[in-house]
Design a protein. Structure first.
Length: 119
């Protein structure tokens, strides 16, 4: 079943969840980046850490309900759920996220795929 997003925040976080998982391990630096930088983005409304954790958990669950995740499906659904400005912000945020703990080849390849899909 193709993934669908009810809210633009779900789509935004789903793509970032793919980025975190691209190297098969989430790091403390990535977590800190998500909790400090991403939750401060206007569409999230500056939620509490607990509320942001719930949003992130929901996004992670939706993306990883399939193993392996349907990267193309997530990106297509995100493109449909986000405005052009939010897509641009998402690509920029994804680029910053992969640098949070040092980008590896898999993360760089995913970032390029994200740029192509959302650009």
């Amino acid at each position: 079943m193709p993934i669908q997003f009810e809210k633009n925040t779900d789509a935004f976080l789903a793509v970032l969840t793919l980025v975190v998982g691209a190297d098969d391990s989430g790091s403390l630096e990535e977590r800190d980046f998500l909790f400090k930088k991403v939750k401060a983005i206007a569409i999230f409304g500056n939620p509490s850490s607990a509320d942001f954790s719930k949003l992130l958990g929901k996004a992670t669950e939706s993306v990883y309900s399939q193993d392996p995740p349907d990267v193309d499906g997530v990106l297509a659904a995100a493109k449909g759920a986000l405005t052009p400005d939010l897509r641009k912000q998402l690509v920029s945020t994804a680029a910053e996220l992969i640098d949070a703990d040092g980008a590896d080849a898999r993360e760089k390849a995913l970032l390029e795929k994200i740029r192509r899909a959302l650009g």
